[in-house]
Structure formats: C-alpha cells, structure tokens
Design a protein around this ligand. Structure first.
Ligand code: F3S
Length: 731
C-alpha cells in the first residue's frame, strides 16, 4: 500500500524560527510570555508550557516580563503598551508578515484606504489593521468583496496564509470597486507551495490525512482544499484521531500532509502509527514487506541529506539576513545572505546549495552556496596542480613565515622563501598584488595549498635564457647593459643573460681596471666572441668594435706627416712617443736634435708633448720611426745649394751606430723591472684575490693568464729589439 507524504508539510520557516527562538529564550530567561498562542497546536503548546513559555491574552498580564511577539505579528500599539509595562520584547514576527505590515503602512501614510483580504478575527489580520493609517476593509470571500463601497483608489493585500486560489477569485471583484487599485500579492510562498502540493496529492490518493491544530486557520484551509478534491480527507491533531477503519491500508493509496503549525515529530508519529497498524494487520515482519512499509514510503518521499552534499531547493522565504530554502527534507534549510552567491534571488527560485549542517542546534538545516563555489574552485586547483599549471593569487595578509594569497576564493600559503628568486625584505609589499603562482603542495583532505612564486620566476627566467641563447651567434654584434665590474672584466646583460668582457677585450690599449673604460648601467655595443653552451658562458668583446690602431695607423700617420705625441719612455737609444693608446713610435737619439747629444734626456723628458715628423711606418711590425730633428731642420732656413744634401736616403753623419745586442739586453732588464714594479703595485689583499678567483670561473672563463713577467719582459725586449733595428739603417 503506497503512502505519499507531502514534501512541504509541517512547521514553516516562520513558525520553526519562533519555536526555536522561544525555547532558546526560555533557557536564558526562565519563564517568558507570548501574546496569544505561539503555535496553533495543542501538543506543541503543551511542550512550550513545560519549558516555561506561557500564553497570555493581553500585555498587561505579562507586565515587567519577557514577552515574545509570535510569528503573526502585532499592531504598533501593542509594542508601545509592552514598553510602558517595562516588558522585555523578543520580536519573532515572521518576516513575511513584517513585510505586509510595512506595505500597508507605507501605502496608507497619507490616509489612503487598504482592502485586506483575510479572516478579520485572525491575529495576523488584527495586527495588520493596526499598521494601516487610513480606512481598512477586510474581506474573506467574494460576497464580502461585492459589498465594498466604490472607491477612487485603494491597496489590496492578503493575509500571508490566505489560500491563493481564493485571493485570485476575490481580486477581480475588488478591481471592479476601485478605480485605481494597487495590488500587492503578500501571500506567503511557503503557503502557496504547501497548498498546491496538497491539492496535487489529494488528487492522486484514495484518502488524505491532514495533520494540524483545529484552531489553525492555515491547517483548516489545507483541510478544506484537500477535502474539496478528495472527500475522504481527515483532519487530525494526533494519532488518536485516526479511526481504525479510516482506510483499507492494504489496497488504498493514502496521502499525508500537515499544517504550518505541525511539528515534525507529530508527522513522524502518525506515519509510524500507520506503519505499525499495517504490520499488525498483515502480521508479517516489516523486513519482509519492505515494499509495503509505511516508513519506507515516507522515507522515500523525504530527501536524505548529509553535510557536504549539494542539493537543489526552492526559495520559500527571505529576510534581510537569511533565505529559507525548501530542499525536500523534513526541515527547511537556512542560508545566510552573505553565503548566497545567486544574485537577485527571488521567492520560488530553484537554487543549488550545500548542506553545511543537518541540524544547526535549533532544528534548522544550515546551507551554503559559497561552499559550492569553494569546492568547485578547489577541484579546479587540484586539476591545475596535477597539470602543473600556474594560478593567479592576490596577496591578502602577512602571516608568520610567509604570505596568504587568495586563489579563486581559496587561501593559499606562500612561504617567504618562495616569494621571489631574491631575498624579500618586506613581505607586506605583496599585499594587494596579483601574483602568478605554482602550487607546490596540495592536501585535498585538509584543503591546504602551498604555492610558490619563485618557481614561476625561475621557469620564466630559464625560458627567457633559452630564447636569448637561441638568438645568439658568435661574431654577432649586440647591445647590452653593463651590470657589474670585477678586476678581471665587466659583466654585461644582453637581454636576460650575462656575458663577460674580459679586461683584455675592453680596449686595444692596456687596461688596468675595467672602470677605466666602462661603468655600471652603461649601454654598450659588443661583439660575441665565444659561446660556451655547455657551461653557459658568453665571452664578449668591446675593443673588437673598434679598428685595430695599427690597421689604421698608415692613414693616420703617413710618412712625412707631423704629429703630436707624448714621451712615455726614454731609453739609451731613444724616446718612445705615444701617438695614441696602443701606438708608440721611436725617436732615435740621433733624431732627437739637430746636433749630437749624449743622452736622450738632453732633448726630451718623459711626459713631454712634442711635435714629431713621421719618417717611416711599418704596421705589420708595429713600428713608427719619428724625428724631432727632421722637423727642426724643416723649420731652419735653406742652406746654400752646394751644401744641400744629395737626394736619396738621408745619411746622418753625426749619429753614433747603435749596438743592437746592448739595446736588447738593456730593454730586457728594463721590462723585467717594470713588470715587477707593476706586479707589486697591483698586488691585492688575499680575500680580494680569492673572491676574484671564485667569481671568475662561476661567471665566465677568464681568458688565458697574462704572460709571466719574464716572458713578457722577453716579449717586450723582442718587441723593442724589433723596434731598434728599424732605426739601425739610419745609423
Ligand atoms: Fe510566515 Fe508563511 Fe509561516 S507567513 S509564519 S512562513 S506560513
């Protein structure tokens, strides 16, 4: 035998809230009072009384006490009276009723009439009348509506529990009476749902049980509705009211519904009694007739819920703080406004919610919509974690050891060490910033996420490096920024990677320290000399961007030209004159003056800037022969023709021949001394040396070490010896 129980049966949100709050208040204050019965149900009234909640008729009966305003609401005068009687008031007016009060109060502010459709003696109607400031007409049927006077304008509203069908029948009659009628459908949607469902159920069953208090208008209307469709409808207040022969439970379908003032336990009790009755009648164990079990049928019609479950429900009540959602469970669910994500939610909307608690301690199911979002967001993060994808997070707060970021509504912890690839001094500077993060740890159970920005930066850096490396070619010329200088060279950023210009590649002339040529942040154009992919080292050249001085020297210093130079060194056989960095020429002692001199110093000193004439130039051998004497002679008045020297190679009669071996030896000694002096000058503290030694291999391989002092001296000697013979033909 099938049993069908209405989904929307039992306590409505308004009544449930009133009962819960009243019980809570009684635990806190002891005996408390209600103006009129809190619920129109004798069993519940009895229970409330046992808990110290007493009903009184007038405020005066509860003077100085804690008084509850029940869900029906009261007129403003009652509040004033309670105030005068020093009562502490706990207002549990149902939000829907409160809205009705505000509607009529607003409309009638300037005395306009209100037509209130409802039972005149119903407490809710009586209370609402008190909120109207002009004339009020109450009608409960078509006949009464017909007897309304003709009016220019009026507002039509209804008692929240008035049957919607009846309202729709009365309304057209009212329209005919009022020229400008404003209408507000104030009927509680929970009532509409309950009545519609009861109507549908009554049409499908052979017999109906309507559970509720006989004094409850709401229950009476429900009973009348069901009875009009299913004649075998019975209104019961308790299980004792069910007659033994009410229905043939073996063959008939029975429907059960309950009024808004019927507690869940009573509904269950009726169902259980019917089950027992069937079992006794059949004398068959319940387990064997599971299909026919009353409870199974009831359970089948009631949704089973558990925390964390996502269910779809219908919005049946709304207040400023909460929304009541019918989820097909024995109790409706409550969802706090700030836990709601559906915008513009309306009565009757179907919304998806998550069960947070089956019972919040007051008998309500606690729901959340935001949790669904969070769960979905977390699932997406799990997916991204598994796919190694990045996420976006906004820095929210600094905590011990790191930063909390909001990643799609989920809190993620970024340890301080993972905030950057450099040391972070002030974590707070990331608050409010959107950061690209990589999830490095995720605990689904604890819903814990640890993320890293450093990992993202490192990956970006290596991608950038790979791109730069792919674009580099040996011999190419590129621009870069000098980042830092060391004793052995300058590091240059060439678009995300650093290359080294060794000190020897900075200039064609001798450089003691890179700072002589470049400085940090300077933009330079450099040539890529070598790419070591394996060790990720790039060797750059700056001097290679300029022509070799000796390559252009013939054009700059042609034979016979007069140039300015600086005496940089003096030897026994002559003076070395620097024409430009890296290009020195020799003024042989015989070319230092027009007359014979004993030593070079008699003509010039180191540091002198002098004019010299270029006698010859050999770029391959890097030799330039210079002459002061030739210049002086050019300036002297011409000698008589007979004294003129014959054309052809110039012969300097007064020049003493140079002993080339002696010059070479002398040069070698001088060079060695010079090297030793320079080495002593450049000697650095131990730490600096170590640092340089450590740094050089890490960044870039330092080109081959400078020649040993002796070797260099020898080379210098050779070079200078090479220079010397250039003068020999003149001797
Ligand atoms: Fe309120 Fe509707 Fe119940 S008006 S008291 S929720 S029936």
């Amino acid at each position: 035998m099938p049993i069908r129980t209405a989904k929307h049966a039992g306590f409505c949100m308004g009544v449930q809230r009133a009962v819960n709050e009243a019980m809570k208040a009684s635990r806190q204050f002891g005996t408390i009072f209600t103006i009129g019965e809190l619920v129109h149900n004798p069993q519940v009234i009895h229970q409330l009384e046992e808990s110290g909640i007493r009903a009184v008729e007038t405020p005066a009966q509860a003077a100085g006490q804690t008084v509850i305003i029940r869900s029906h609401g009261v007129a403003p005068e009652i509040y004033a009276e309670l105030n005068q009687l020093f009562c502490q008031t706990l207002d549990l007016t149902c939000p829907s009723v409160e809205r009705l009060h505000q509607t009529v109060n607003r409309y009638s502010a300037d005395g306009k009439p209100v037509i209130l459709v409802g039972q005149r003696d119903h407490p809710e109607v009586m209370g609402t009348i008190g909120w109207c400031r002009g004339e009020v007409y109450t009608v409960s049927d078509v006949k009464q509506a017909q007897s309304l006077p003709e009016m220019d304008e009026a507002l039509a509203v209804a008692q929240t529990t008035f049957p919607h069908e009846a309202w729709e029948t009365i309304l057209p009659v009212i329209r005919r009476k009022v020229s400008q009628l404003s209408v507000e459908d104030t009927i509680c949607k929970a009532t509409i749902l309950r009545q519609n469902e009861a109507r549908e159920l009554a049409a499908q069953v052979d017999a109906m049980l309507v559970i509720g208090g006989r004094h409850s208008a709401n229950t009476r209307k429900l009973f009348e509705t069901c009875q009009s469709i299913c004649p075998r409808t019975l209104l019961i207040e308790s299980i004792e009211d069910i007659p033994p022969d009410f229905a043939d439970i073996h063959s008939e379908i029975i429907g059960i519904t309950a009024g808004a003032s019927t507690p869940d336990w009573l509904l269950k009790e009726v169902v259980t009694r019917m089950t027992d009755k069937e079992q006794m009648d059949q004398q068959v164990p319940a387990e064997e007739t599971e299909e026919n079990s009353f409870m199974a049928d009831v359970e089948a019609t009631l949704v089973k819920i558990r925390p964390g479950q996502t269910v779809t429900g219908t919005v049946v009540q709304m207040t400023d703080e909460e929304v009541c959602v019918n989820i097909g469970f024995k109790s409706d669910g409550l969802i706090k406004r700030d836990d709601l994500i559906t915008e513009d939610v309306k009565m009757g909307d179907e919304i998806e919610v998550e069960v947070v608690k089956v019972n919040d301690g007051d008998g309500n199911v606690l729901l959340s919509q935001r949790n669904i979002l969070k769960r979905k967001a977390f699932a997406k993060l799990v997916e991204k974690f598994e796919k190694d994808e990045y996420v976006e997070g906004v820095g929210k707060e600094v905590v011990k050891g790191g930063l909390i970021c909001d990643v799609d509504g989920i809190r993620a912890f970024v340890p301080a060490s993972q905030l950057s690839n450099r040391y972070v001094e002030k974590i707070g500077e990331f608050i409010g910033q959107t950061l690209t993060l990589k999830i490095i740890e995720l605990d689904e159970q604890k819903r814990r996420i640890v993320a890293s920005r450093k990992a993202v930066l490192k990956a970006e850096e290596s991608t950038r490096k790979a791109e730069v490396w792919a674009s580099l070619e040996e011999g190419a010329v590129i621009k870069g920024i000098v980042r830092r200088l060391t004793d052995f060279g300058a590091f240059v950023d060439i678009g995300g990677v650093d290359g080294l210009i060794h000190v020897t590649d900075l200039s064609w002339s001798h450089v003691k320290h890179p700072s002589e040529i470049v400085h940090p942040d300077q933009e330079v154009e450099v040539k890529i000399l070598n790419l070591d992919h394996e060790r990720e080292r790039i060797q750059l050249g700056l001097k290679q961007m300029q022509p070799k001085p000796w390559d252009v020297a013939p054009q700059k210093y042609p034979e016979g030209s007069v140039v300015v130079g600086k005496v940089v060194r003096i030897t026994t056989f002559g003076a070395f004159v620097e024409l430009e960095p890296g290009v020195d020429g020799l003024v042989h002692i015989s070319q230092c003056a027009t007359t014979r001199i004993d030593k070079v110093e008699d003509a010039v000193s180191v540091g002198d800037e002098i004019n010299v004439k270029v006698l010859s130039i050999d770029p391959q051998a890097k030799r330039i022969s210079l002459s002061i004497r030739a210049l002086l002679e050019d300036a002297e008045p011409q000698k008589p023709a007979k004294e003129a020297k014959p054309a052809g190679p110039e012969v300097l009669e007064d020049i003493v021949p140079v002993d080339i071996e002696a010059v070479g030896k002398q040069l070698e000694e001088e060079a060695q001394k010079e090297e030793e002096a320079e080495a002593a000058k450049q000697e650095k503290p131990e730490e600096a040396k170590e640092e340089a030694a450590e740094e050089a291999p890490a960044e870039a391989e330092e080109p081959a070490e400078k020649p040993k002092a002796k070797k260099k001296a020898k080379a210098a000697t050779e070079e200078k010896a090479d220079d010397a013979p250039a003068e020999e033909p003149e001797a």
